[in-house]
Design a protein around this ligand. Sequence first.
Ligand SMILES: NC(=O)c1ccc[n+]([C@@H]2O[C@H](COP(=O)([O-])OP(=O)(O)OC[C@H]3O[C@@H](n4cnc5c(N)ncnc54)[C@H](OP(=O)(O)O)[C@@H]3O)[C@@H](O)[C@H]2O)c1
Length: 262
Amino acid sequence: MNRGFNISFQKKCIVVTGGNRGIGYAFTRAVAAAGANVAVIYRSSSNAEEVTERIGKEFGVKTKAYKCDVSDTDLVIKTMKQIDEELGPITGLIANAGVSVVKPALELTHDDFKYVYDVNVFGVFNTCRAVAKLWIGRKQSGSIVITSSMSSQIINQTAQNTALTQVFYNSSKGAVSNLAKGLAAEWAPHGIRVNALSPGYVNTDQTAGMDKSIRDHQAHNIPLRRFAEPHEMTGQAILLLSDHASYMTGGEYFVDGGQLIW
Ligand SMILES: NC(=O)c1ccc[n+]([C@@H]2O[C@H](COP(=O)([O-])OP(=O)(O)OC[C@H]3O[C@@H](n4cnc5c(N)ncnc54)[C@H](OP(=O)(O)O)[C@@H]3O)[C@@H](O)[C@H]2O)c1
């Protein structure tokens, strides 16, 4: 007899924005390993198609990469329809694409604001709404996971009592965590669950750009004393996408090595 806690996404189709690298890549692998067809949305990486195709072959599922800027409303709607026809019907979304600008507040520009908020807030909204429209149109329930950040709650540090200067990033994550609650409230009557998964520090391109001394300081202050690897975010995402989370909506789930204890 097989024992254990099993989650299968066979016959499911899950969209992962930013699914070609970093945390998103780990999400793509994890849902493919669980049996789902996976559509990866990316912005410009030249190897996204190849990376996505390789995951499909590895796990014997259909995968395809779609070049689509999440801040482009019309393109997002068109892309979701295309995914729905080619790999779908879409059953889940991980709205994960996100960007940051690290600069002192006194130097930030309106263009910096638009760059960060267009992806982290409006882009998330765009992708969630496009999928919700498809689902509500055919009376289908579904689950959406938004990658926010523990930065929705704190100001990150580079040293004791010294801010990592990224106020647009942190405030955008505060906004998107609240957006998750608002969408959860509006769409609960349609059977659509929306939750935020908020990572702590994870080893990806986003954090690799920081000086080693900063990363060492940050790691030292995490109760588990280290950054996470991207795959350590996937258990929570898979749970939230699955029917085991049928009573979970409007929540923000921190996967942060205990950082928010402090
Ligand atoms: N790394 C961390 O420590 C950490 C901590 C907390 C939260 N997070 C959040 O986790 C998510 C993933 O972070 P990560 O570190 O894995 O990031 P990453 O390695 O920098 O990858 C970012 C991904 O987002 C995609 N993307 C960016 N702008 C886009 C746009 N306009 N349209 C479509 N796709 C776009 C990128 O596509 P291309 O490859 O085509 O550029 C890439 O796949 C983000 O929301 C981030 O804020 C990260």
